[in-house]
Design a protein. Structure first.
Length: 117
């Protein structure tokens, strides 16, 4: 059974940084597009960033220049480095695995990120 487990969330002040990790229990990891999504209270889940098998990355406009997605295929782990955090970044963050451009096939359970003074 495939499992994705996020970690690294928490409370941080505006302007601060957090690094999220997502460990995947899956036999073959490298073939998947990895992604991070987030869902704020009362809002729909939105794409934050994706990383393809070839290393190409894509970001939501709201996080460009502040967030960086990366992956370690040997460790089967996805990362999201978040800098210059803003209150509007407060949300539950989910990692995902997808095949090419299809909707995510696997989801983590999420980790809470709260940006507040």
């Amino acid at each position: 059974q495939v499992q994705l487990v996020e970690s690294g969330g928490g409370l941080v002040q505006p302007g601060g940084s957090l690094r999220l990790s997502c460990a995947a229990s899956i036999s073959i990891f490298s073939i998947y597009v990895t992604g991070w999504y987030r869902q704020a209270p009362g809002k729909e889940r939105e794409l934050v960033a994706t990383s393809t098998t070839g290393g190409s990355t894509k970001y939501a406009d709201s996080v460009k220049g502040r967030f960086t997605i990366s992956r370690d295929n040997a460790k089967k782990t996805i990362y999201l480095q978040m800098n210059s955090l803003k209150s509007e970044d407060t949300a539950v963050y989910y990692c995902s695995l997808a095949v090419n451009d299809l909707p995510p096939r696997y989801w983590g359970r999420g980790t809470q990120v709260t940006v507040s003074s």
